[in-house]
Design a protein around this ligand. Structure first.
Ligand SMILES: Nc1ncnc2c1ncn2[C@@H]1O[C@H](COP(=O)(O)OP(=O)(O)OP(=O)(O)O)[C@@H](O)[C@H]1O
Length: 288
């Protein structure tokens, strides 16, 4: 197994060791190792098909890895994520994700979407019985807290004034922010965001950057970010891992990554006279 120096990550939250994911003959992830820090934004980048989403699917229990360990240092104890069912990854370990395609309940209001996300906490408070129906036990208190939390996150993403509107009626950028708010309502220790800037205009991307900093700094959780938008990646990441064909080809700060010839070649391909995809070239020029 390749040995990597990830000692730059001072407060590890997630440790991926020797992760391999095969689909029949296709190796989507090939002996991948990385470390994501607590209170840090860790980005996973790479060309299409590099294995980024497969990594998220392994972390969050959607796929059982072919090989490897996914050690999560929860404040209470360590978890081996590859051994947990997917609902436990979120509810017990606190590893919560968003998806490339928005998955809000379009006919529910924003507030309802954020309260439904707390369903498990509410069920626990009801003792999994009919107590909830009669507002007995701790249920009424838990319900009040769920509403408060939903309002808090709606406020933080700047959408309090639209709390009672159906989620499906919101512009795309606003729906993306609601998705992050909904994930935060679950109380994650590690927030995994799959292309949160996809489809955002430049000013919405800037808002997203601010939101990610705020979550990182105020909640002191880890953020794992898959993103193609280099302006977001270069501005927010504390550390970047670059994948190509399922392998880790580079790791470092934005400064280190933007100057790494191996990374540039991965985006260029093998042909000498190929050109960088225009959006990548523009982003590297602007932010590099
Ligand atoms: N369920 C699956 N069955 C078979 N092959 C799969 C499956 N999921 C992913 N793959 C393959 O694994 C490889 C990695 O895919 P993945 O979606 O993880 O890449 P990615 O880096 O997220 O790409 P993109 O940036 O385009 O989203 C691809 O070749 C893909 O076709």
């Amino acid at each position: 197994m390749a040995q990597y120096d990830d000692s730059a990550v001072k407060n590890p939250l997630l440790r991926v060791d020797g992760l391999t994911m095969r689909f029949g003959g296709l190796v989507a992830i090939d002996n991948l190792s990385l470390v994501a820090g607590r209170g840090q934004i860790t980005a996973i980048i790479g060309p299409n098909g590099a294995g980024k989403t497969t990594l998220f699917n392994c972390l969050t229990g959607f796929y059982k890895p072919t090989e490897g360990n996914l050690t999560f240092h929860h404040p209470d104890r360590d978890y081996q994520l590859q051994k947990l069912d997917n609902h436990k990854v979120a509810q017990v370990a606190g590893v919560v994700r968003t998806f490339q395609n928005i998955r809000l309940f379009p006919k529910m209001t924003l507030l309802e979407n954020l309260i439904v996300a707390q369903h498990n906490a509410l069920m626990r408070a009801s003792g999994y019985t009919f107590l909830g129906l009669f507002n007995l036990g701790g249920y009424a208190k838990a319900e009040k807290e769920a509403v408060e939390k939903a309002k808090y996150w709606l406020d933080l993403v700047g959408l309090t004034h639209r709390a009672d509107e159906e989620a499906g009626n919101l512009p795309y950028g606003a729906q993306r922010r609601v998705e992050i708010a909904r994930a935060m309502c679950v109380g994650p220790k590690l927030l995994c965001l799959d292309e949160p800037a996809a489809g955002l205009n430049p000013s919405e991307s800037l808002e997203l950057n601010k939101l990610l900093f705020r979550i990182r700094d105020e909640e002191q959780i880890g953020i794992l970010l898959i993103e193609h938008d280099m302006s977001v990646i270069m501005q927010v990441s504390d550390r970047i891992y670059v994948l190509d064909h399922g392998k880790r080809i580079a790791a470092g700060t934005p400064e280190e990554i933007r100057n790494d010839p191996v990374v540039i070649k991965a985006y260029l391909g093998e042909e000498e006279d190929d050109e960088l995809p225009p959006e990548v070239a523009a982003d590297l020029a602007t932010h590099g």
